[in-house]
Design a protein around this ligand. Sequence first.
Ligand code: NAD
Length: 512
Amino acid sequence: MSTLSLTSAENHLASLVTSSGEAGEIEVRSPFDDSVVGALPVSSEEDVTHAFASAAAVQKDWAERPVKERTAVIARFRDLLLKERDALVDCVQAETGKARASAFEEVADASLWSSYNARHASGLLREKRRQGTFPLLTKTRERHVPKGVVGVITPWNYPLTLPASDVLPALVTGNAVVLKPDSQTPHTALMVLDLLLRAGLPRDVLQIVLGPGPEVGGALVAYADYIMFTGSTATGRVVAAQCAERLIGCSAELGGKNAMLVLEDADVAKAAVGAVRGCFANSGQLCVSIERIYVHDAVWDEFVSAFGERVRQMRLEPGFEWEADMGSLISARQLDAVAAHVDDAVAKGATVLTGGNRRADLGPYFYEPTVLLGVTDSMELARKETFGPVVSLYRVSSDDEGVRLANDSEYGLSASVWSKRNGPRVARKVEAGTVNVNESYAATWSSHGAPMGGMKSSGLGRRHGAQGILKYTEPQTIAAQRLLPIAGPADLKKETWAKALSAGTRLLNLYR
Ligand code: NAD
């Protein structure tokens, strides 16, 4: 297996980082075999200050362009994504060690989300007439103005999807953006910037800064007009508190402990296939990964057997071939965290249906897809997010019990319900921002017209849909009053006006 060589493009990508080059370098290594993918300059605090100043300098001009010019850039970016598909997939794989099919999903998702932005931004941003105080006399308009310079902080698990998810709506609404991707996956984010520049994005409207989270991410929070953060709930709390201190808005997409429900009337064979994907896509390092499955008594034996068999058949492979079912974990830290959860559960009495081993023979951070039975609340992974290829199966005696246990969590990001007849009805009882019926996670995520995000400790705000675009704007109301002041004619007695207004209010109430 050969790791992707980015050396020819390395200098170009390095030149796109906002950095004076004085703060050192980040060396990026491939999780497949620990070989060097490339080295990129770190950004100092002065570099971040410079990034915000130069982004602010071009933001107004960008915002004053007709929306159609901005959407045209996004549409050209979408076309370039598909044109450069193979290079992007190679880069995502080299940096994350994920299976090729998982890496490709990032390109497809970014492309479809680009289309949504390109097609719908104009309509969403169009000035709208709103009901005024008095019909005909108060002409009220609602408009949306950009926040200014938006800070976007992204993790390593979806290095193409997540920057695209959050940078594109911020740009299309007229903001400039300073993006800080995770230091393990910076090349992919730089490729996104490169494609946007090729698509016609003016220089400096999007800046990328690199470096350690608390320092460089913290500096972003200190200067931005709005923060979009994706990452762990623990860091999300820190970022949200800093945003509150500055009275700037923030949106946060955080962790989950996502549940799947296999109801009494589920199609078990289909549920088993869906569970494999839901638990082990991207080696389980997916915010919407399923880590708990509640299975109705009536279908327990059939499901456990079918699911266990499918998991045992999964192809674990390093490299750039298409047919691998699962690749590597991202790092030694992630591998140790996953193994520690499984070891703790087993030491406390859980049994391993399949998996449970490191696979150093495949690569330094490979871990088998793992299914646990007999997990109890005393075990670390019962309630904490593992963020790896590990799932616990629980037998329940009714569909309602499954719902109750699924909801007994501090998280509420995503859920999945499998049923021939009752899926949508049961989905409404689940406390999660997105609930998939007869699909594991992709139906809600890729419904780009609908909001995606977490309830409870899984997040603040939403991405996707109208909300995911308009959150990067400040709504502004402009109401022009003519002929009659709201407080009544200046020479009319107040009591007379109050009487007239009482009658008027009764009438207006009918039309509100
Ligand atoms: P993390 O919170 O450690 O890091 C995420 C990003 O925040 C990185 O870029 C990091 O450098 C930066 N960061 C770290 N400390 C910071 C600070 N003090 N101030 C500002 N920025 C800081 O998360 P992670 O472990 O890299 O990512 C995995 C987590 O992300 C999981 O919990 C997963 O569920 C979550 N996630 C959520 C979504 C979603 O859409 N809800 C999507 C992907 C990942």
